[in-house]
Write a protein of this length. Structure first.
Length: 91
């Protein structure tokens, strides 16, 4: 790993944190439920990316396991929300 890797990692974590703030803003302001669901999905995706960047930057491979588990839970949650929305639109 080069000397530049920690600097790039911290810059990426900062940018991902900014993306998290923007997604949180959309989650809170929302206008509709699908907008909020997409924002929540984006927030968890950014969280997975943050775990990955942290794992590589700080040489902590255990965070990659955390990222995989978060991604799997996010996928199941997104499918559940989509099925819920499908059921509410049929009524």
């Amino acid at each position: 790993m080069t000397a530049l890797a920690p600097v790039v990692g911290h810059v990426l974590l900062g940018l991902l944190g900014l993306a998290l703030v923007f997604a949180l803003t959309r989650l809170l302001r929302g206008p509709s439920l699908p907008d909020r669901i997409v924002a929540l999905d984006l927030m968890t995706t950014v969280g997975v990316a943050m775990c990955g960047v942290y794992a590589v930057t700080h040489d902590q491979p255990v965070f990659l396991d955390v990222a995989v588990v978060m991604a799997l839970i996010t996928f199941v949650g997104t499918v559940a929300f989509a099925r819920y929305l499908e059921g509410t639109q049929e009524r």
